[in-house]
Design a protein around this ligand. Structure first.
Ligand code: ZN
Length: 296
């Protein structure tokens, strides 16, 4: 089952395991979506980027892949920003940290949760995809880290950055733009489809639900939510995602406590009613169950 997964293009696309990486990146266009004066969401390939611009400098969330750095910086220029003063990684995955080395070499101060830095320094394996991530170059490594939370004050905005444990990984950060009422969820939120959960790195379905609950407590009907993947979202979309996760958690944990293996759980088709809505993204239901089962 695991081996079969490795060969799927969908899975490769999810983590964008390099399949002729440079050629794939040549066609990528970075599209900026304005959320408020000074806050944009950038989409290209890999995790969604958040950008705050203003007189105190540019603040950036995640940086996709190394071959895209120049295009991303050009897009930031176009929306009135500059080479970022700070860039925070929401977690260690290479579709969110691939530009770190390029940015570090330009003097950008890289920030992350403690566990992200550990994985970048030591290297890591994304077990679900047998994807080995070698130790990062020195310039790619965060120079400021935190355990629970930290706050940035710039451009008139208050950015509260907080950790939610054992969610998508063991090192997730969520960023709340308090004045603008914007949240960047990192990969604790895939908008509209099943999320990859990195159970090999401490991720759990319950932890993702807990992260979602923290965001819901901050959100109202006007909140703009940048998901790690998928289009810009609102509170209603996050509520729908939570409902799906709770349904899956309840059904899968009941199969697990009755002693069923992941293969048995897949065969039992416990989420067939969710497939049409949630299984049309990167991960069809059967594959998703296989990936998250260790973490229910
Ligand atoms: Zn991720």
């Amino acid at each position: 089952m695991r081996k079969g997964l490795l060969t799927t293009i969908a899975a490769a696309a999810l983590l964008t395991i390099p399949l002729g990486a440079q050629a794939q990146m040549d066609d990528v266009k970075i599209k900026a979506q304005k959320l408020t004066d000074g806050i944009h969401m950038l989409r290209g390939k890999g995790g969604n980027i958040g950008v705050l611009t203003g007189p105190d400098g540019t603040f950036m969330i995640d940086d996709q892949f190394a071959p895209l750095t120049d295009k991303i910086l050009a897009a930031i220029k176009e929306i009135g920003g500059d080479v970022p003063r700070f860039m925070i990684n929401t977690h260690y995955h290479h579709d969110h940290t691939g530009g770190n080395e390029n940015l570090g070499n330009k003097g950008v101060i890289i920030v992350s949760h403690d566990n992200v830095r550990k994985k970048l320094v030591n290297g890591a394996t994304i077990k679900a995809f047998n994807k080995v991530i070698p130790p990062a170059a020195k310039a790619a490594v965060p120079v400021i880290t935190f355990a629970e939370e930290m706050t940035f004050h710039l451009n008139g905005e208050t950015l509260h950055v907080f950790h939610s444990s054992n969610a998508h990984t063991d090192g997730d950060s969520i960023i709340h733009f308090k004045k603008a009422n914007v949240i960047h969820a990192g990969d604790t939120f895939f908008n509209g489809f099943y999320p990859f959960i990195d159970t090999g790195a401490g991720g759990t379905v319950q932890g993702v639900i807990a992260a979602v609950d923290k965001m819901l407590a901050l959100a109202d009907d006007n909140t703009k939510i940048i998901p790690g993947h998928g289009p810009l979202a609102d509170k209603a979309a996050l509520v729908a995602y939570r409902t799906m996760l709770m349904t899956a958690q309840t059904r899968l944990s009941s199969l697990k406590s009755s002693g069923k293996s992941a293969a048995d759980a897949v065969a039992a088709k416990p989420l067939s009613d969710l497939e049409t809505t949630w299984g049309k993204g990167f991960l069809p239901t059967d594959k998703w169950i296989t990936i998250v089962y260790d973490g229910v």
